[in-house]
Design a protein around this ligand. Structure first.
Ligand code: MGD
Ligand code: MGD
Ligand code: SF4
Ligand code: MO
Length: 801
């Protein structure tokens, strides 16, 4: 007979992906049984099916329960591990890392983490950074080049700020929303629900996506771009806006470097020093139309240059310089020319988007202001990403909506102490980041290394050997292109420790594997939920709703314990997590006790401040955090390094157009997108999810399929110049017949549901990344061309037959 039941409802949030949906957990007699949406939470309008399946993660039969040590040689087909104690595991890790750092420098130890957008590593990723920096390594491998570059770091070269990463779309007030290579219906539920609410109140929506996915079906304009040609489309839209005068003259003239003169002799900005003025030598120069002469524009634009309406935006002028007369043109004139070369009729042929649709969309973007935008994976994973997002940032600058209500705004954050240890890494160590020599402006400048650079260092010792890897989650070899090269790189390491809830294809190459609690078994601190001012004002301490499985420990516990063993305890509050949180929270006035007493979270009253660039700071405006203090349509920093200073379009490096030699064998364009049912390479082992999406999928146009003898549901081979991967055909009439869409992340079996696994590489593999290339990567960021390459699709033998 059943005893008395206790049912508890615990306010919490789901940390499984970037949405971080507010939720209520049901705990029945000590067992976590369900997760439901909590509409009182600013991100709690809905939960996706993955969140609802959370208890399956907690109680899964294949969870890692004990620390393990490898007992079979690296590269063995079936790796074997033996159980060890935490003490032995920590001791081994500390001893090996210390030894390797002593012999080869701490930079030879690479740190990695699962992306905080696809895992609960958002709870602890700042502490991983702190550990890495305290240890002395500048090398963090966390998919910056595939996931974050276009949103966080590339925009620094235009805006001096992460737009749209930190300057998020103000969906509650936007008149028009632009989603470019972003499908929140799959990837961030909270943005999807707030977008639907915005559409209900009359906001317009423009979606740029090769697939009619998610909200594209409800958009005023769905622009079906050919994968990887988004830069051309952005320039064409911008052309229409410039031609029609659909741009904010005040903002462009005053707050961007549009009026700055560019010399025709060297293509660089004209400097005051060239005028022989002697004054502010580094300042730029514009052309005063009224006075008919050059005028020095310093950072804050005092004097004659203060009246930006006098400054020319077009035309060619001759300026008398110390080198004689030089013909110059304002930046804006060059921008307009570059865009004119990509007028809709031309762009249409490149992108596949009809010219009329481009013109109409441009009108909506302008007339339905304020415009708020977001870009993501559809743009990040390309060999031309930096120039593409710069072209979009340029378009956005023209609207003048940055930092204005209803545009992209920085919701005020709860004040805290920074804990990522930025002060702990010496500049000379920072300068050793892998890849910084090849791409000085790329992610390595910010201590993020690419998969390609990690593999080159591990395999070829270029520019020095990466000898060890410390990974918190992350399925590196499955997540980067050329998985076989990735596996080789992992096997070549002298030491590899991996912390995870489950064994994965990457962890199989580890020397030590550490069991991690799932997000629902550990306490975690979240400061701000990003998507709105209300969300960003919330601080929540997530409570465990189930006891840790086996001997599993949270990432935080592992990091803090490891820090002590490595002799870095002083940087980690003596190894006491609670003391660390108190330090972090101190400026907020919120206490750990308060958070424990209020599991639904504490709201700190905060207000969004707009147009901070115009704020007065001691008589001068604050400006933008760029070298010139204004938005840089023309980037001198890019020019200094030999890159195009004004956004341009280049055809993807492996496309049917750029590689006619490949086009006959591989006539189709291959891209990919995330699955609604799984996060990245995870979750195929959960019966509740796998039963809904049992097989890897490739979307293909019905005509393209028919001409190859492929019917809906058939097993097919996706052949690329790198190899073959299996998938089942899904016929999608909305696709361009020349374009197919695969899914990455397939390897895991689901024993509890009777679904097969697939080898991560080789015969029978369904791993799309095993057949995608890491190169040719973006010259500025090193991003891989995972979303625009070539393939052929052929019928395959049924899997498991
Ligand atoms: N369900 C689920 N949610 C997730 C994840 C997951 O795996 N599953 N992963 C999380 C992570 S790590 C991330 S980074 C985010 C990503 O979130 P999103 O960026 O929204 O992810 P995707 O759906 O892969 O890509 C967005 C859209 O880009 C389109 N696209 C593909 N190629 C191109 C192109 O060349 N140009 C343009 N314009 N569009 C293109 C795809 O068709 C897709 O609809 O999602 C997070 N949330
Ligand atoms: N072809 C193609 N390739 C892609 C992408 C694509 O769209 N197409 N997307 C790219 C992007 S945007 C990203 S972000 C990467 C994602 O790459 P990863 O971040 O490596 O992706 P996941 O598959 O989510 O792997 C996570 C691993 O971390 C573990 N894990 C989950 N939660 C935790 C936790 O809280 N703690 C610890 N210690 N471990 C945890 C999981 O069990 C799993 O083994 O893939 C990239 N690769
Ligand atoms: S979208 Fe789904 S997986 Fe992501 S946080 Fe929300 S419920 Fe969790
Ligand atoms: Mo990501």
């Amino acid at each position: 007979m059943a005893g008395p039941h206790t049912i508890e409802h615990v306010p919490t949030f789901c940390p499984l992906c970037v949405s971080r949906c507010g939720a209520t957990a049901t705990v029945a007699d000590g067992t976590f049984t369900a997760l439901e949406p909590d509409p009182s939470h600013p991100t709690g309008q809905a939960l996706c099916i993955k969140g609802k399946a959370a208890p399956e993660i907690v109680y899964h039969s294949e969870r890692l329960l004990h620390p393990l040590r490898r007992v079979s040689p690296k590269g063995a087909a079936r790796p074997r591990f033996a159980r060890i104690s935490w003490d032995e595991a920590e001791e081994t890790v500390a001893e090996r890392l210390t030894g390797i750092a002593r012999e080869s420098g701490p930079e030879s130890v690479v740190f990695a983490s699962a992306s905080p957008s696809t895992s609960a590593m958002s709870d602890s990723v700042d502490w991983v950074m702190r550990l890495r920096r305290a240890f002395g390594s500048p090398n963090f491998c966390v998919y910056m080049e595939l996931c974050g570059w276009g949103r966080y770091l590339a925009p620094l070269y235009t805006f001096g700020a992460p737009v749209p990463g930190v300057y998020m779309p103000d969906l509650e007030r936007a008149g028009c929303i632009l989603y470019w290579g972003y499908n929140p219906s799959v990837s961030r539920l909270v943005h999807a629900t707030s977008t639907v609410a915005a559409l209900r109140r009359g906001a317009r929506l423009v979606v740029v996506d090769p697939r009619r996915a998610g909200l594209a079906g409800r958009a005023d304009h769905w622009l079906r771009v050919r994968p990887g040609t988004d830069g051309a489309l952005a320039l064409a839209l911008t052309h229409v806006m410039i031609e029609q005068g659909w741009f904010d003259r005040e903002f462009v003239g005053r707050w961007t470097n549009a009026p700055f003169l560019v010399r025709s002799d060297d293509g660089r900005l004209l400097r005051a020093s060239a005028l022989g003025a002697g004054a502010d030598t580094d300042a730029s120069v514009a052309w005063d139309r009224i006075a008919g002469g050059p005028v020095v524009v310093d950072r804050v634009r005092g004097g004659a240059a203060a009246d930006h309406t006098r400054l020319a935006l077009s035309g060619t002028v001759e300026v008398m310089t110390v080198d004689g007369p030089i013909r110059c043109r304002p930046v804006f004139d060059l921008v307009a020319e570059r865009c004119r070369a990509m007028a809709p009729a031309i762009a249409s042929e490149i992108t596949g988007v009809p010219a009329l649709d481009i013109e109409r969309a441009a009108r909506t973007l302008w007339e339905s202001r304020p415009l708020a935008f977001y870009t993501w994976s559809g743009l990040e994973q390309h060999g031309n990403v930096t120039q593409t997002v710069r072209a979009i940032h340029q378009l956005y600058a023209l609207t003048g909506c940055l930092d204005a209500p209803g545009g992209n705004v920085a919701f005020a954050g709860v004040p805290t102490n920074r804990i990522d240890g930025v002060e702990l890494l010496a500049p000379e160590q920072r300068a050793k980041a892998l890849g910084v020599a090849e791409r000085p402006l790329g992610p390595a400048r910010f201590e993020f290394i690419t998969g390609e650079d990690f593999y080159a260092a591990a395999l070829d010792g270029r520019p020095y050997r990466a000898r060890a890897l410390v990974a918190f989650g992350a399925n590196l070899m499955m997540a980067h292109g050329q998985s076989a090269r990735g596996r080789g790189a992992l096997a070549a390491l002298d030491f590899f420790v991996h912390a995870d809830m489950f064994m994965n294809a990457t962890a199989e190459q580890a020397d030590i594997v550490l069991p991690v609690t799932s997000a629902f078994e550990s306490e975690a601190l979240r400061v701000g939920f990003e998507v709105s001012q209300e969300a960003q004002s919330l601080v929540q301490l997530r409570r465990p709703v189930a006891p840790p499985r086996g001997e599993a420990r949270s990432d935080m516990q592992i990091i803090f314990a490891l820090a002590r063993r490595l002799g870095l305890g002083d940087h980690f509050f003596g190894g006491d997590i609670e003391v660390a949180w108190r330090y972090q929270l101190a400026p907020s006035g919120v206490t750990v006790e308060q958070l424990r007493a209020q599991p639904e979270g504490v709201r700190v009253p905060l207000r969004t401040v707009h147009r901070t660039y115009a704020m007065d700071t001691g008589g001068v405006p604050r400006g933008f955090d760029t070298p010139s203090g204004v938005v840089e349509l023309f980037s001198e920093e890019l020019a200094d390094h030999g890159y195009a200073p004004i956004p341009e379009f280049t055809e993807p490096g492996i496309s049917t157009r750029s590689r006619p030699d490949l086009a006959s064998r591989f006539p189709l364009t291959l891209s990919c997108a995330k699955s609604l049912w799984f996060c990245e390479t995870q979750h195929r082992n959960l019966p509740g999810l796998r039963s809904r999406a049992p097989d890897p999928q490739v979307e293909i146009h019905p005509d393209t399929a028919a001409s190859r003898g492929i019917a809906a549901g058939d097993w097919v081979r996706i052949d690329t110049p790198v190899g073959s991967a299996l998938a089942r055909a899904k016929l999608t009439a909305g696709l361009d017949p020349q374009v197919v869409f695969g899914q990455h992340g397939w390897w895991q079996g689901c024993a509890d549901g009777g679904f097969p696994g697939y080898p991560p590489v080789g015969q029978g593999s369904a791993n799309l990344n095993a057949v995608l290339s890491l190169t040719p990567s973006d010259p500025i960021s090193g991003s891989s061309p995972l979303r625009a390459s070539v393939c052929e699709v052929r019928p395959a033998d049924p899997v498991g037959a």
